[in-house]
Design a protein around this ligand. Structure first.
Ligand code: PLP
Length: 396
C-alpha cells in the first residue's frame, strides 16, 4: 500500500478520509487499526534528551498516539486547524468558555442551548466574573443589538436542544466577525458531515462524540475544533493546563465508530425523516419539530446551510394528560427511554424545557416527546409507536 501525500489525502471525499484518517499500518506492526496505547511515563534514552524533552511523546497528559489518531479523524471532517478530545461531550462544551473567556468578559448564549451547558454558564461563569446573556435562537443578524463593549463570544447550537429551533449561523458569525467576537457552536446534531461549521463562519466547533461519532451508546467523549492555528493553540494549551485526558480505550472505540459513521447517518437520516412525516400525519400529534420537514419554520435555513439531518427530532402531542403519555411510553418494546442519542438504537423521552428557558417561551401546549431513530426496521418502529398511540388514546 502506497502512502498518500497530504495534498492527495485532502483531495479525497470526506467518506474516504474517514476510512483512512489516523492510521498507518507501518506504525502498528502492519495491522489495520492503530493500537490502544496506555501510559503515563515516557522513557528517554539520555539525560540530554530528558532535559530538553526530546521525544515524540513527552508524558501521558501531553499527547498519546491513540488520541492522536482520533484527533486526526475528527480534524479531517471538521476542516479546521486542529482538534482536542475531551472525556465527555459536556466538557467539549465547557472547555471553550474556559479557554477563551476571562473575568470581565460577556458571552451571549442561545436560549435553546443544551441544558447541562446552561447549568455550567449559570453556576461556573458568574464565579469567574463572566457575564452571560441568553438570547432568542431565532435572532439572526439582530444579535448585533445585544453586543456590549466586553462581548467576547457567542454560543450557538443549530438546531436547538429539545426544541429544534434553527439558527442562522452564517448571519450570526458574520455579525460577530465584524466586531472581533468569537462564534462557538455545539454542532452535535448535524455533525461536521452535514454542517460544515468552520466554512460557515464558526470559530470553535464542538461535537459530543458520544452521539454519532461513537455511535453505539458505549462511550462518553467530545471533541473541540479550532478554525485557525491560533484558536487551536489556545484550546490545546487550556487542555494541557487543565490536565484533561481521555482513556485510550474510549478514543479507540470512538475511532472505530467513526469509520462507519457516514453510512450510519446515510441510513438514519431518511429513516428519521420518514418517521417524522409518519408522525406528522397522526391525529394524536399537533406538530413535529424537524428542520428537514418543509413545514418546519427552520426549513429554509436547513436547506441552505445543511447537507443532511440526523435522526433526532421532537413531537408535540395534542393536549393530553401525562398519565396518557406514560401509558404510551412505558410499554414501548423497541424505543428505550433515556437521555443521549446517536447510537444504533431508537430512543424516546418526554421533556418540558419551558421551566428553565429565560429569553424565550417555546410555543407548545401539549406534552413534548423527543425521538431518536436507530437502525431498526422502520415498520417495526412504526408498529411499536402505533400500539403506543392506542394506549395513549385509551388512557385519555
Ligand atoms: C449529549 C449532548 C452533549 C453532551 O454530551 P455528553 O457526552 O453526554 O456529555 C452536548 N451537546 C448536545 C447537543 C448533546 O446532545
Amino acid at each position: 500500500m502506497k502512502k498518500l501525500s497530504s495534498p492527495e489525502f485532502a483531495r479525497l471525499d470526506e467518506r474516504t478520509r474517514l476510512v483512512l484518517a489516523g492510521r498507518d499500518p507501518t506504525d502498528s506492526y502492519g495491522f489495520v487499526n492503530p493500537p490502544i496505547v496506555r501510559g503515563s511515563t515516557v522513557i528517554y534514552q539520555t539525560t540530554e534528551d530528558f532535559l530538553v524533552r526530546k521525544a515524540r511523546y513527552t508524558y501521558g497528559t501531553n499527547g498519546n498516539p491513540t488520541l492522536d489518531a482520533l484527533e486526526a479523524a475528527a480534524n479531517t471532517i471538521e476542516g479546521g486547524a486542529g482538534v482536542v478530545v475531551t472525556p465527555t461531550g459536556l466538557l467539549a462544551c465547557t472547555l471553550p468558555f474556559l479557554a477563551f473567556l476571562s473575568a470581565g468578559d460577556h458571552v451571549l448564549v442561545t436560549d435553546s442551548v443544551y441544558r447541562p451547558t446552561r447549568n455550567f454558564c449559570d453556576s461556573m461563569l458568574p464565579r469567574l466574573g463572566i457575564e452571560v446573556t441568553y438570547y432568542d435562537p431565532l435572532i439572526c443578524e439582530g444579535i448585533a443589538a445585544l453586543f456590549k463593549p466586553n462581548t467576547k463570544a457567542i454560543w450557538t447550537e443549530a438546531p436547538g436542544s429539545q426544541t429544534f429551533e434553527m439558527q442562522d449561523i452564517p448571519a450570526i458569525a458574520a455579525a460577530a466577525r465584524e466586531r472581533g467576537i468569537l462564534t462557538m457552536m455545539d454542532n452535535t446534531w448535524a455533525s461536521p458531515l452535514y454542517f460544515d461549521s468552520h466554512k460557515l463562519g464558526v470559530d470553535i466547533s464542538v461535537q459530543a462524540g458520544t452521539k454519532y461519532y461513537a455511535g453505539h451508546s458505549d462511550v462518553l467523549i467530545g471533541t473541540v475544533s479550532g478554525r485557525t492555528p491560533e484558536l487551536y493553540r489556545t484550546l490545546r494549551k487550556c487542555w494541557e493546563t487543565l490536565g484533561i485526558f481521555v482513556a485510550p480505550e474510549d478514543a479507540f472505540l470512538t475511532l472505530r465508530g467513526m469509520r462507519t459513521m457516514a453510512i450510519r447517518l446515510k441510513e438514519q437520516m431518511p429513516a428519521g425523516i420518514e418517521m417524522a412525516k409518519w408522525l406528522q400525519a397522526r391525529p394524536e400529534v399537533a406538530r413535529v419539530m424537524h428542520p428537514a420537514l418543509p413545514e418546519d419554520p427552520g426549513h429554509a435555513i436547513w436547506k441552505r446551510d445543511f447537507t443532511g439531518a440526523s435522526s433526532l427530532f421532537a413531537i408535540e402531542l395534542k393536549p393530553v394528560s401525562m398519565k396518557a403519555v406514560a401509558a404510551m411510553l412505558d410499554n414501548l418494546t423497541l424505543f428505550g427511554m433515556g437521555a443521549s442519542w446517536g447510537g444504533y438504537e431508537s430512543l424516546v423521552l418526554p421533556f418540558d424545557c419551558r421551566p428553565y428557558r429565560t429569553a424565550t417561551t417555546p410555543g407548545y401546549e401539549g406534552p413534548t416527546v423527543r425521538i431518536h431513530i436507530g437502525l431498526e426496521a422502520l415498520d417495526d418502529l412504526k408498529a411499536d409507536l402505533d400500539a403506543g398511540f392506542a394506549r395513549l388514546r385509551a388512557a385519555s
